[in-house]
Design a protein. Structure first.
Length: 261
């Protein structure tokens, strides 16, 4: 275990039944990149109750790295899984990224560069000038644009892509995960629902006064059977309304007063 005072970057990677991605070399990509860096780092694999051999393979693969941990969580969805990893992290900067490396870890350099300008939350974007999207079906792209328009109208204005799973937080900004209301107390699930917890996080970041920067990244669509475009979109729209209602009823102010103590 690395002394927490020496960790510059924590990389939090949620996992759920990732045998196929392990076979495709996703882990190799992560550690090949990090091994070349001159700063201290740690990796936290936060598992969402995988039912295949993901956890066992992660433990075996990462045994040679003293600065890697594997967290075992009950299956509750992406939000609590990412939250567990981010709150367990010790780095000055804490990134969460997707296991399949749809956004290559090397893109973190663009995010870290923004921290030098005083930003405390830096998010990857597939929608702003300079971003590159690879092999995304047109219907998925159009659905994403429609969802973001809804987000702009009802939750957060000025952010073009809230859903890209590549976000960097300062150690102080990580407390936002403790203020989640809509995604703060999810129970055990049967499906692999991702949800709109990114929206709630960014909503809270603005409410807390953190400086946010959106950075264009290179992203490649990866096919998955975990997402039900229509069903998940409807649930995400519902959750945006819940975020707005939580704000109107003062629930976020209550959570902020608790985490600021």
């Amino acid at each position: 275990m690395i002394d927490s005072m020496s960790v510059y970057l924590s990389v939090v990677i949620p996992s759920y039944n990732e045998q196929a991605n392990i076979d495709k070399g996703a882990l190799d990509q992560v550690f090949e990149y990090l091994s070349k860096q001159d700063y201290s780092w740690e990796v936290i694999f936060s598992d969402d109750g995988s039912t295949d051999t993901t956890v066992e393979r992660l433990i075996v693969y990462t045994a040679k790295y003293p600065n890697v941990r594997v967290l075992k969580n009950e299956h509750a969805g992406k939000a609590p899984t990412v939250k567990a990893g981010m709150l367990a992290a010790t780095g000055q900067w804490r990134l969460f990224t997707d296991f399949d490396q749809s956004t290559p870890l090397a893109e973190v350099e663009k995010l870290l560069d923004k921290t030098k300008q005083g930003y405390q939350v830096v998010i990857g974007s597939r929608e702003i000038a300079g971003a590159k999207r690879g092999k995304e079906p047109l219907y998925r792209h159009l659905m994403g644009k429609g969802f973001n328009l809804f987000v702009q109208l009802f939750a957060i204005s000025g952010i073009h892509d809230t859903q890209c799973g590549f976000k960097l937080f300062s150690d102080l900004a990580t407390r936002l995960f403790e203020q989640l209301v809509v995604y703060g107390s999810e129970g055990r699930r049967k499906d692999a629902y991702t949800g709109a917890f990114d929206v709630e996080l960014l909503f809270l970041a603005k409410k807390n006064g953190f400086k946010i920067s959106e950075v264009p990244i290179h992203w490649r669509h990866r096919e998955t059977n975990r997402v039900s475009p229509l069903k998940d979109s409807l649930r995400m729209f519902r959750d945006i309304i819940k975020i707005r209602l939580a704000a109107l009823t003062g629930k976020y102010s209550e959570m902020m007063s608790i985490t600021h103590v």
